[in-house]
Design a protein around this ligand. Structure first.
Ligand SMILES: [Zn+2]
Length: 701
């Protein structure tokens, strides 16, 4: 065993970061010992950089701490990745056993007062202005995060801040639990199959199976999405839809239909949770020196102020409104003419929409799927990225975690600038969904350039026999989306951790490159090139593509106004000057609906009591970011549309636009504010027109 080769084979691969992981040498029992050692190293680095006699400079504080925490993060990232793509009992146990101490370490780091002082000293030093822009940005971000974490508070304010954090976290958890319990408290039982007329066979089967599991005869409907949604979309019985709609829209409120016992209902009421959460957030904002929580939420985001966000939402609402009104008029007409519904109500809209969509734009996603073969779609995607950004994507070799995983390198001028793994298909051991994750980020230390590496994980249907994996159009869009995050990470030119790749990019701007890439899935030339029927090799028929496009934009006006309603409500309650109480929250929701909604829910509706994004998740005063990012990405893509019709020649104009997108957006990462990057690319501030046009919201000329 003292043979050198043997000892490196048996060494713990989690201690070898940040290179390409040696997946085949990994085993779950290595996790705890590796973290023992890496956490000890990180803590001793922290101690050293915060020592009184350590000079406050980039080289003596930021670099050594980054090096230690990068190795720790790399190892833990690898464990988390494997836990998501190769689930097994020993690994899950190792992950769960170590998660608390990882969380604890990051929390300690974020609250370390001595480290905060060192960063402040670097910021105040004469050397600060001479640092490269990316390093100055790293320092500014760190100081901002310390401040928002309460590091500047002293005495009772500091204690109170900690109490608020803890209580708010518990309340958010309670909010989500109440929604879950209230959702589960309701059931609708029937033995009369006629009441379920219209439901698709799989929904009917599920309802029967659900009843059997509960030891009841007939069918059982619940408020869980797979049961609730088909009822609202397909059940012909209006009374049934009305009943379930009522139950769903009053969850976790005193007016809920379940539980029947008033005391049990009160225990699940989220109104007091909302009230207390809003008070705590307001108190936190004031402790930190802001007027309200809306302002706090926007500090690390691209948007400047709550007023700017609300003006943005209003502007979009005004433009979308005529189209939403048209959508509703069309639904009412169709409901009256074709479905015999003369007074369309809230519990009818999903049903009417579904029937209208079927009548106008029906197509089968199974048919479409025959045209998108994974290898050809990947070729199309890589070819596009090569043309747009002047790079080359080539197959490469590395150790992988599964035989289906592939590995690629991205080259510029013959040199590898980044690598990525693609794990495309679903399997039992893999978590659902699709994501891009970092193996490591670009960093330059002295003369050594560390190139970025990414994981791209999807859950497409696995190949059957000799047939390749076939993708629905949604799958294709997902792949382009994740690859957009991928190129943001991989094409970076920033040299410093924390702001290279997607690091440090504002939360409401980080979806720009990903949503930007989605647009190419709706470009006919591109679709034609990457589609080939699995049996005949024919490209997707144009007529089918046009129907898909129309279906995509179906009721875009209505959908846009709904999102604006939620976003405006979210921001308004977080900038209110006084505590609102349950009545005040309801009043603001009503006002917002007066201003923007074209379909009014019934008065009993208590949507806010189950709005988990903002009360149980991380979107408080941030729900607007969905639309915000869509506007940015649509407007950025419009620059490419303009180039494609450039009078001086599309090829040259497209190449120049691609280069500018690369230079000003993809390659700068978080090294400067996203608005500066956008302006540098577009030559102006973001505008709404492109998103409206892409969603079909333009007046016919
Ligand atoms: Zn995304």
């Amino acid at each position: 065993m003292n043979d050198k080769t043997a000892s490196s084979d048996t060494a713990n691969p989690l201690l070898e970061g940040p290179g390409l992981p040696r997946f085949t040498a990994f085993s779950p029992d290595q996790v705890s010992p590796a973290l023992d050692s890496l956490l000890a190293d990180a803590r001793s680095a922290l101690e050293q950089v915060t020592a009184a006699d350590t000079p406050a400079t980039w080289e003596t504080v930021v670099d050594p701490l980054d090096t230690a925490t990068e190795r720790l993060g790399w190892a833990w990232g690898l464990v988390g990745h494997l836990n998501a793509v190769d689930d097994n009992k020993p690994l899950r146990e190792a992950y769960n056993a170590n998660l608390p101490r990882m969380t604890q370490f990051w929390t300690e780091l974020g609250q370390n007062q001595a480290l905060f002082e060192k960063y402040r000293a670097i910021r105040a030093s004469s050397g600060f202005d001479a640092l490269p822009a990316s390093r100055r940005q790293v320092i500014e971000h760190a100081l901002r995060d310390f401040r928002l974490g309460g590091a500047e508070l002293e005495g009772p304010g500091r204690t109170r801040f900690g109490e608020i954090q803890e209580r708010a976290a518990a309340l958010a958890q309670k909010f989500s639990e109440n929604v879950l319990d209230a959702t589960n408290a309701f059931e609708f039982l029937t033995e009369d199959a006629a009441r379920l007329d219209g439901l698709p066979p799989d929904a009917l089967e599920a309802a029967a199976a659900d009843a059997a599991t509960a030891g009841k005869p007939g069918y059982r409907l619940t408020l869980q999405m797979p049961s609730y949604l088909p009822v609202m979309q397909y059940a012909t019985d209006r009374k049934l839809r009305s009943r379930l709609y009522h139950a769903y829209g009053t969850r976790a409120s005193l007016d809920a239909l379940a539980p029947e016992d008033a005391e049990a209902r009160a225990a699940l009421d989220n109104a007091p949770v909302i009230d207390e959460l809003l008070r705590l957030r307001d108190e936190e904002a004031k402790l930190l020196g802001y007027q309200n929580f809306g302002e706090v939420s926007l500090v690390p985001k691209m948007a400047d102020s709550p007023a700017q966000v609300m003006a943005f939402l209003h502007d979009l609402a005004v433009k979308a409104r005529p189209f939403a009104e048209r959508d509703v008029a069309e639904m009412r007409q169709f409901a009256a003419d074709e479905l015999g519904i003369r007074d369309m109500q809230s519990w009818d809209t999903a049903f009417v929409s579904e029937k209208l969509k079927e009548a106008r734009y029906a197509f089968s996603s199974q048919t479409v799927k025959q045209y998108f073969q994974l290898p050809r779609v990947l070729d199309g995607l890589f070819g596009l990225v090569e043309r747009l950004f002047g790079v080359k994507v080539a197959a490469d070799t590395a150790e992988c975690w599964h035989p289906e995983v592939r590995f690629f390198r991205i080259e510029r001028d013959g040199r590898a600038i980044g690598h990525f793994f693609v794990d495309p298909c679903s399997r039992a051991s893999k978590r659902p969904g699709a994501w891009m994750d970092s193996v490591r980020s670009r960093r330059v230390l002295g003369k050594t350039v560390q190139t970025p590496v990414a994981y791209l994980v999807c859950n497409f249907s696995a190949p059957v026999g000799k047939r390749p994996s076939l993708l629905t159009h949604d799958d294709v869009t997902t792949l382009f989306h994740e690859f957009g995050h991928g190129i943001h990470h991989l094409l970076t030119r920033v040299d410093d951790l924390g702001v290279s790749g997607i690091g440090g990019v504002e939360w409401d701007a980080v979806e720009l490159p990903s949503q930007f890439m989605e647009n190419f899935c709706w470009e006919w030339d591109n679709v034609r090139e990457m589609s080939a029927h699995v049996d005949t090799g024919e490209p997707l028929p144009r007529e089918l593509f046009d129907r898909m496009l129309a279906a995509k934009n179906f009721q875009a006006g209505l959908q846009t106004l709904r999102q604006i309603e939620f976003a405006l409500f979210d921001m308004r309650i977080h900038v209110a000057p006084e505590p609102l109480g349950a009545d005040g929250v309801q009043r603001i929701l009503d006002q917002v609906r007066d201003e923007v909604a074209v379909l009014r829910p019934p008065a009993y509706n208590r949507f806010q009591n189950s709005f988990s994004h903002i009360f149980g998740g991380g979107y408080a005063a941030g729900y607007y970011s969905y639309k915000w990012a869509e506007v940015l990405s649509a407007d950025a893509y419009a620059a490419f549309e303009e180039a494609a019709s450039a009078p001086e020649g599309a090829d040259a104009a497209l190449a120049a636009t691609g280069q500018r997108f690369l230079d000003e957006i993809l390659s700068v990462g978080g090294s400067r504010p996203a608005i500066d990057s956008f302006r540098a690319f577009r030559g102006r501030d973001p505008e709404l027109d492109a998103l409206l046009r892409h969603n079909g919201m333009v007046e016919a000329s």
